[in-house]
Design a protein around this ligand. Structure first.
Ligand SMILES: [Ca+2]
Ligand SMILES: [Ca+2]
Ligand SMILES: [Ca+2]
Ligand SMILES: [Ca+2]
Length: 235
């Protein structure tokens, strides 16, 4: 899905159809996704999953649900979540057992918040995304997603000379408070120990004096809220 609204008219779950109906899709960019049921006769629930075992099929290993919602004659609770483009998603619409049939219109709506990275940063030094070199007057920028389907993003950069370095973060969409922590692998074992933390960015930005060397920056959501964030490192 590449932005805007996609409506599917008149789907049913129940009677001649199965009790559940599935929709499979991908997102072209990091997106704020909403899925709503309307014009509902009967009632049912929606559950959104990602293909966690990456086999292209919805199966019992794909869980727990990323988000949920519902729809009935009297009330509608849409699904709403910021989610990345790295995943295949499955939406399950289940008819409430109290109704023999459920008929509904379903609307997918996306607002895109594109990232600027070719691949998702991993969570260890060996899979960190390399932002490259930073020298005085320079600036490195990253925009990506962290949350329920991708818990953290680790970046690496090399400071070419001693400098005062400013780390700035912002939440572009979704839940607030992406956590950003700076590390240095002081014992060179490719593991970031807690004792190798140089500190965290608590406000919108923080500055510190650093010697030339290689540093790591971890962005994460410890409460696993879904966030599109930006990170900039300048010297
Ligand atoms: Ca699967
Ligand atoms: Ca990410
Ligand atoms: Ca990641
Ligand atoms: Ca280490």
């Amino acid at each position: 899905m590449n932005g805007g609204s996609v409506a599917r008219q008149r789907d049913t779950a129940g009677l001649v159809d199965a009790e559940k109906r599935f929709y499979k899709f991908r997102l072209g960019q990091i997106s704020d996704l909403s899925i709503a049921l309307s014009q509902v006769s009967g009632g049912g629930t929606m559950r959104l999953y990602n293909d966690t075992n990456r086999n292209g099929q919805f199966d019992f290993n794909d869980g727990p649900a990323v988000a949920s919602g519902s729809g009935s004659l009297s009330s509608n609770r849409p699904i709403s979540a910021v989610l990345p483009s790295t995943e295949t998603y499955f939406l399950e619409v289940t008819r409430d057992f109290t109704f023999s049939t459920m008929q509904y219109d379903i609307t997918f709506n996306t607002t895109q918040y594109p990232g600027n990275l070719p691949t998702d940063p991993g969570s260890e030094p060996t899979t960190a995304f390399n932002l490259g070199n930073l020298s005085r007057g320079g600036r490195l920028d990253a925009r990506d997603y962290v949350g329920t389907v991708d818990n953290n993003d680790l970046y690496r950069f090399t400071l070419t000379e001693a400098a005062t370095v400013t780390f700035a973060k912002a939440d572009i969409a979704g839940s607030i408070n992406t956590e950003v922590t700076i590390y240095q692998d002081q014992n060179n074992n490719n593991i970031l120990e807690l004792s190798e933390s140089l500190g965290s960015v608590f406000g919108p930005q923080a500055s510190t004096s650093l010697q030339a060397g290689t540093y790591y920056v971890l962005a994460g959501q410890f409460n696993l809220n879904n966030t599109a964030y930006s990170l900039s490192i300048s010297a």
